[in-house]
Write a protein that binds this ligand. Structure first.
Ligand SMILES: N[C@@H](CCC(=O)N[C@@H](CSS)C(=O)NCC(=O)O)C(=O)O
Length: 289
């Protein structure tokens, strides 16, 4: 398959190779997202570090999933030996898809964790709990939501030999957390840091100064090559890095005063589902379900 897709545009070939072969070759260590050019040989661009680590068996299994109505990313992470898995930010409407994948891959879903109490969609956590015996839900203790595990700064969510460390990153809401892999190669930033953007701060417990401080103290201090995986993207972008966001984020590269001004003047329409999503998410998505 790679032989055929070598003739296609590099970006398309890259996607097809990932989807079809599962056999990926080594890439120079410096290569990361956003470095694709049409002049580079396919071999040098085909692997991003997180995929390469999967093949080598050192890092966790990793899969990014997308729900298109709310433009939400759900992330599945698993230990390929023990088969223990964690799901980040599941969406109610895609629970069947997520369960099917977990079952097909032979994983045992231990924890479904929400990066915060979402305002734009209902979490799938409660449905997952109903359908998977023993699975636990998790969310920040500052979220005001109920869950089996209430998370605090520095807590670890383990799955086999891997773990995610909790960094509290309030600002979009009081209970926002960023989840960082043990080797600090991936950060799941929820709505705190989006690709070239950030979560809005005009409802729930939103506070732009707090968000600015959270990003600068808890996310921008991660290694520059650390991959950033947000809870949403509205432009088709899938990942960034801490280094990229430190250089190119149009909001968070500004001074705190300029940032507050930008956030005050976003004038975004209210999320369509906020009035049903927030009460539902305070009870694991099981409100009136
Ligand atoms: N149109 C969507 C909501 C879009 C939105 O407000 N997104 C939030 C994250 S979900 S609460 C946000 O923080 N956006 C920041 C930005 O700059 O876009 C809907 O109706 O659900």
């Amino acid at each position: 398959m790679c032989f055929i897709v070598n003739r296609l545009k590099p970006a398309l070939a890259y996607t097809l190779c990932l989807q079809t072969t599962g056999h990926l070759r080594k890439v120079p260590a410096h290569m990361g997202p956003g470095l694709l050019t049409s002049k580079q040989p396919l071999e040098s661009v085909i692997i991003r570090p997180y995929c390469a680590r999967m093949e080598l068996g050192k890092g966790p299994f990793f899969r990014q999933l997308f729900e298109s109505v709310s433009s939400t990313y759900t992330y599945l992470l698993a230990d390929t030996e023990s088969r223990e898995a964690v799901l980040i930010d599941p969406v109610l409407e895609t629970v069947d898809r997520d369960l099917k994948l977990v079952e097909e891959l032979g994983f045992n879903l231990k924890v479904a964790v929400n990066t915060h109490c979402h305002a734009d969609h209902i979490t799938g956590t409660g449905q997952l709990k109903n359908r998977l015996f023993g699975m636990k839900s998790a969310i920040s203790k500052h979220s005001g939501a109920s869950a089996d595990i209430l998370l605090s700064e520095g807590d670890k969510i383990s799955f086999g030999k891997h773990y995610l460390t909790v960094r509290e990153t309030p600002g979009h809401t009081d209970g926002c957390v960023t989840l960082v892999t043990g080797d600090q190669s991936m950060a799941f930033t929820g709505d705190t840091l989006l690709i070239r953007g950030c979560g809005r701060t005009d409802f729930q417990q939103g506070c732009s100064r707090r968000l600015y401080e959270s990003v600068h103290q808890k996310i921008f201090t991660l290694p520059p090559q650390c991959l950033v995986f947000p809870a949403h993207d509205y432009k088709g972008q899938t990942a960034s890095t801490v280094g990229e966001e430190r250089r190119f984020n149009p909001r968070l590269t500004k001074s705190v005063e300029e940032f507050v001004d930008i956030m005050t003047n976003l004038n975004l329409p209210k999320p369509a589902k906020i009035d049903i999503a927030v009460p539902a998410n305070l009870v694991c998505g099981l409100h009136e379900v």
